[in-house]
Design a protein around this ligand. Structure first.
Ligand SMILES: O=C(O)c1ccccc1NCC(=O)[C@H](O)[C@H](O)COP(=O)(O)O
Length: 202
C-alpha cells in the first residue's frame, strides 16, 4: 500500500513521514491553515531526499503560478484539488493527481477518463477544499468503473480506521492529513501508527 502524508509544514513532520515509510508527502499551496511558501517546501523536500515524492496541492490556481512553484519547490506531482479542466491538467509540467469530492451517483467513468496519473477521491469540502477530516461511505466506491490501480483514497482516514479502509476499498494509495494531527500539528506517534497499519493491511 502506498501512503501519502499531506499538509506537511515542518522539517520534523517530513522526517517522521520518511522514517515511517511514507511514499509521498504533500505541501498545500492553496487557501488553508496548512499553506506554506514554496521556498520552505523546497528546503523540507531537500532534507527529506529523493525517495519520498513531493506533491503540491493547488485549488483553481493559475497555470503559470503552478509552474513556478513546481520549479521552486522541486515537486514531483501536482494535486489539482479544485475545478480544473482536463485541458488544464494536460498542460501541467509534472504528473497530475486529480482530486474529486465524493457524492451520490458519481460519474466514475468520466472521472477516471480525466487525464491524470492518479484520481484522489475525498470527502466533500468544508472550510477549505480538502483536509476536512470527514470520513465518507466507502461503499460508494464499489463500482466497476472505479479503477483501483489509479485510486487514492482520502477523507477522514486515521490510524483507527485505516486497516478497514484498505481492506474494503483496496486503493492504489491512501492519503491523510487531519487524522495524523493533534491540535492542528502533525503528531509523530499518529504518523508512525498510520503508515505501519496502512502498509500492514491487505
Ligand atoms: O489539507 C488542506 O488543508 C487542504 C486545503 C485545500 C485543499 C486541499 C487540502 N488537502 C488535500 C489533501 O490531500 C488531504 O490530505 C485530503 O483532503 C484528506 O484530508 P483529511 O480528511 O484531513 O485526512
Amino acid at each position: 500500500m502506498n501512503v501519502k502524508i499531506c499538509g506537511i509544514t515542518s522539517f520534523e513532520a517530513a522526517s517522521w513521514a520518511r522514517e515511517a515509510g511514507a511514499d509521498m508527502i504533500g505541501f498545500v499551496f492553496a487557501n488553508s491553515s496548512r499553506r506554506i511558501p514554496a521556498e520552505l517546501a523546497r528546503e523540507i523536500g531537500e532534507a527529506v531526499g529523493p525517495n519520498v515524492k513531493k506533491v503540491g496541492v493547488f485549488v483553481n490556481e493559475e497555470s503559470g503560478v503552478i509552474c513556478d512553484i513546481v520549479k521552486t519547490a522541486g515537486l514531483d506531482y501536482v494535486q489539482l484539488h479544485g475545478d480544473e479542466t482536463a485541458e488544464f491538467a494536460e498542460n501541467m509540467p509534472v504528473p497530475v493527481i486529480k482530486a474529486f469530492s465524493v457524492k451520490e451517483n458519481i460519474p466514475y467513468k468520466e472521472m477516471f477518463a480525466y487525464p491524470a496519473k492518479y484520481i484522489l477521491i475525498d470527502s466533500p469540502p468544508a472550510r477549505f477544499r480538502g483536509g476536512s477530516g470527514q470520513v465518507f461511505d466507502w461503499s460508494l466506491l464499489e463500482n466497476p468503473d472505479v479503477d483501483k490501480n489509479r485510486l487514492i483514497l482520502a477523507g477522514g482516514l486515521s490510524p483507527d480506521n485505516i486497516e478497514e479502509a484498505v481492506q474494503s476499498v483496496q486503493p492504489f494509495a491512501v492519503d491523510i492529513s487531519s487524522g495524523v494531527e493533534t491540535d492542528g500539528r502533525k503528531d509523530e506517534t499518529k504518523v508512525f501508527q498510520f503508515v505501519q497499519r496502512a502498509k500492514g493491511a491487505n
